[in-house]
Design a protein around this ligand. Sequence first.
Ligand SMILES: [Zn+2]
Length: 201
Amino acid sequence: MVAMALVPLTVAVGVAWAAVTDNMFPTESTGSSCVVSTGSHPPCQTDNREVYFYMDSSGEYKLESEDRSTVNAAIDGEYRPTDLAFHYDSSPVFEGSAETDIIYQEGSTGLPDSAAGRTWCNGVSSTHYKCDQQYIRIRGNGRYTYARVCHETGHAVGLQHGDYSTPMLSKTDSRLGCLVTPSTDHNDLGSNNRENINGTY
Ligand SMILES: [Zn+2]
């Protein structure tokens, strides 16, 4: 009993930044290992602070120019001010141990009716809680918004919803910034997510 009571105390003391909640994978609610699946799993960390991204430019999941502008605007506005360094990868790599980190797609195939977008890992890195390549797929027809790019990009670097955070928050708690769900109109990454990113990478 004594040992169990000490665990949360140790975790709390170990948090060296002022974040409202720890919503960076892994948390006490996510399990410790990254799962490769197109289904609904807690999103895991990207493998390092140098984030190479690509936007599908042909085929079924091609981003229109307006969607590409939205992706760039959300990365510029929300993620470049963090400790992550984003680089566009015009020659994406889909195999091996150094895959392009994030692939943005536009489309609805495989998404549940309730979801405007989804992020999933398709290759765990040599470190079990990190992913070598993550896919972000967001519906088209006006739903490829700044807020949703902010939300799904957060997942692609390991950020969780409120119910997978420690301590747990309501999924609609505004302190979760653009990681609130549903991800309709919260454009701001916010200080909690920024501090979790900067404390991790
Ligand atoms: Zn989400």
